[in-house]
Design a protein around this ligand. Sequence first.
Ligand code: SF4
Ligand code: WCC
Ligand code: FE2
Length: 641
Amino acid sequence: MRDLESVSIDPQVQFLLDKARNENVLTAFDRADMMNICGFGSTGVCCRHCLEGPCRIAPNGKGPQTGVCGADVHQIVARSFLNHLTQGSSGHAEHGREVALTLLEVAEGKAPYQIKDVDKLYRVAHDLEIVTEDLSMNEVAKEVALKALEDFQKQTGIMNWVKLRAHEDSLNTWNKLGITPVNAHLEITKAVARNAMGCDADPTNLILGGVTMGLIDGYAGLHLSTDLQDILFGTPKAVKAKYSMAVLDEKKINIAVHGHIPMLSEKSVEWSRRLEDEAIKQGATGINIVGVCCTGNELLMRQGVSVASSFSSQELVIVSGVLEAMVVDIQCIMPGIQQVAECYHTEIITTLPYVKIAGATHVNFEPSEADEAAQEIVMKAINRFSKRDPEKISIPDQTVDAYAGFSTEQIVEALSGLNGEDPLKPVIDALVSGKIRGIAALVGCTNPREKQDYGNTVVTKELLKNNVLVVSTGCAAHSLAKHNLMNFDGLEYCGEGLKEVLEAVGNAAGLPSLPPTMHMGSCVDNSRPADLLTAIANRLGVSMNELPAVGSCPETHSPKALSIGTFFIAHGIDVHIGVSPQLSGSEFVTNVLYGDRTDEHEVNADKLFGGKLIYEQDPYTAAKLLLERIDMKRETLLNKL
Ligand code: SF4
Ligand code: WCC
Ligand code: FE2
């Protein structure tokens, strides 16, 4: 087993992992060490698509070079890539659909939520070309929800959210290639169908099908979810919050909310306030909600709720011995939490009919019955308090402050402190003068196989040092926040030019500075960096693929990161991934995705879209490669302006 320092660079995670090991509790970090990586699967060459197989193609020309059906290694690898992308985008599309349905129920008076950002509702309605004059607010909300649901139903044309949010030049490229999505369900079904034995067997065509999945993720998932969540729960504004395992409070009833959709977690926060007296009756001083993964990010961005853990250390929150309940909705929930919870007093509560865990409690959550469900969940947690085992309690101390809540709207507002007429001008001037060399979105996850937070923080620090403006989302943002990259202490990592810009914008907004990196939210909020880049491209009158902008995902585990990454590549933004995307079995596929515009290889992403996938495990080398691409695009852009 790895020593503690090789598992995470976070001493609190090391501390709790040590505790888990001493108490003979197995967590993902140790399970990762026990699992031998399969040499076939890790290169994408194994196929289980039909009952003639499984088939696998050995590397170096040894053994059969096609499956029973005749599929060669390039077809097999391209299909497994498409498979990953389909899985990733369907998760986000389901997220978007759930939020759209909730908005519809709220508009019809059937679900107990308020529309918090009425301005955004009207802005989105206007951009969707809904005539609002004779409509009440709820009727407008209903029309917006129905437009969103059309993106899961219509049979011809272009998805509404693609028209709403895509940069025109990108859309033209997709139209020419015939890959623009019609509706999310149609495209996902088509992707599953084309991937079956006996269907699409052209690796290039399969990869293009994968790009459509990236667009489904980007529009039916990210943009649609962010827009409707902002309407329902409010568009985030700058907040100060706390990070690390130490946000758990021994004196309080601790409830972790984990997963992705904010409908349940927003209500859990509300009910934890309303049931405070019940907690006091049990001898606690109150109720403490802490976040895990993206539900944590959603609450952090809008309510300033503290965040305990990113993906890879989720089980260790339970190991503290003070967690009464972990309430989960969808995605990134390790089944292992139940086994760990059984070693402590924690109750795992699942909430959606299609995401249950054997052994866990299930409280069904429907937006229409949100109050009843949240009340029941919080009461369950309160009733667990007396079951704590004092022998097993141990919480690290020392929380870390972080500023979050940087929606695109909030960033533009901060910038308008410098130039009210033309808020983006200060960024553009800084880009042109070189004070800001480029823009990077540091996104994605943590992965129990990787040294937690290492890749995320090293890439970030290298980019900051080189004056790259860094925004962040997801569990990657968690890594940055814990290591002082979202508070003013982290400004020491910034190059002089960048620091000057951050301070100038911060000062205009009444702060000492902006933080070194800006937290833009959950994974579906990767729509926000996309929106920011779209606005900058439009302001400059250029395409997205001409911007010195990159994405980096150093520690991911999730197919969702692949589909989000593909969405950015479809715009011509280079994306780095630090964990193997399981493609190395096919030179053809890696050439298409990793190839450069100067390559002889006939067709590749860089030539088609102006951006490519960069797979590099070493974070220092990765930062260097990203800077090279930033510089290349900078030079072309500056010549053009
Ligand atoms: Fe084998 Fe072809 Fe079936 Fe895959 S689809 S398992 S390669 S026969
Ligand atoms: Ni988004 Fe990655 Fe976290 Fe899950 S919660 S682990 S996809 S970054
Ligand atoms: Fe997420």
